[in-house]
Design a protein around this ligand. Structure first.
Ligand code: F6R
Length: 265
């Protein structure tokens, strides 16, 4: 696992977008796994800038989003599909047919989840998966206790997640209680993973996930088992890491001697 502590949110976002840019230059038909939430907004902004100002091409890119609230149609302003359209898809040249976001209104959720997994496999698997981390250590909506081998399925959100996400709704009662989410096992099959975290409120859980034991109580800790994860943090989110000095030192060495290896564990 590579851990990079950036000075601020802007640099964190630029670094993440730069790694995705590199991937698209090497493989223009890459399959990207995408996340919603506040954290990746800066990364998406930078990808949009790279597209508009530097011609970064998304015409062959295929995307799979991690999750969607159950019961919210794509047109709902709080749906994750709507979020992705506003923050990324409508600003780049990705063909609409290449976009996959779990469908919150699926008639049969179980059938939909199996179909979603099959679509990922049919696309050749995910090349880079972008992740955020929840206050309770979740990745996607894999709440504490989720099996580390779990697949795409329906999950009940924890009270903490409902409270955390209430800021996007007029009140906590409006936050859906269920979501369709990729499983931890699904995520771990991505060839590369970028985990982003920003802000003081994430510092303790980031330290637990990266430096604590691997446990289903903090599903982000399962990333320790993946062979190619880069964790990109701003200084606040990295504030509680015991080995912060070592991570900074490694990054400085890589920048100086093997810059092409930045973004690779
Ligand atoms: C969103 C997702 C979630 C978020 C996490 C952090 O698609 O999968 O796991 O990444 O809840 O959310 P923010 O970035 O809003 O703190």
């Amino acid at each position: 696992m590579e851990v990079i502590i950036c000075d601020n949110y802007e640099n964190m976002s630029k670094l993440a977008a730069g790694i995705i840019r590199q991937q698209l230059l090497i493989k223009p038909n890459s399959v990207l796994g995408l996340a919603t939430g506040s954290t990746p907004i800066g990364t998406y902004k930078e990808l949009v800038r790279l597209h508009k100002e530097e011609g970064l091409d998304f015409s062959q890119v295929v995307t799979f989003n991690l999750d969607e609230y159950l019961g919210l149609p794509p047109s709902h302003p709080q749906s994750y599909r709507y979020f992705m359209d506003q923050n990324l898809f409508k600003h780049i040249n990705i063909p609409p047919g290449n976009i996959h976001v779990p469908y919150g209104h699926a008639e049969s959720v179980m059938e939909f989840c199996a179909w979603y997994e099959a679509q990922i496999v049919a696309a050749g698997g995910i090349d880079i998966q972008l992740l955020g981390i929840g206050g309770d250590g979740h990745i996607a909506f894999n709440e504490p206790g989720s099996s580390l081998g779990s697949r795409t399925r329906l999950k009940t959100l924890t009270e903490q997640t409902i409270k955390d996400n209430a800021r996007f709704f007029s009140n906590a009662d409006e936050v859906p209680r269920f979501a369709i989410t990729m499983g931890v096992g699904t995520i771990l099959e991505a060839r590369r993973i970028i985990l982003l975290a920003s802000g003081r409120s994430k510092a303790a859980i980031v330290a637990e996930a990266i430096e604590g034991p691997i446990t289903s109580q903090v599903t982000a800790s399962a990333l320790q088992m993946h062979r190619d994860v880069v964790v990109i943090l701003d200084a606040d989110a990295g504030a509680k890491l015991k080995r912060a000095d070592y991570y900074r030192w490694v990054y400085e060495q890589k920048k100086r001697l093997v810059p092409q290896m930045i973004g690779h564990a």
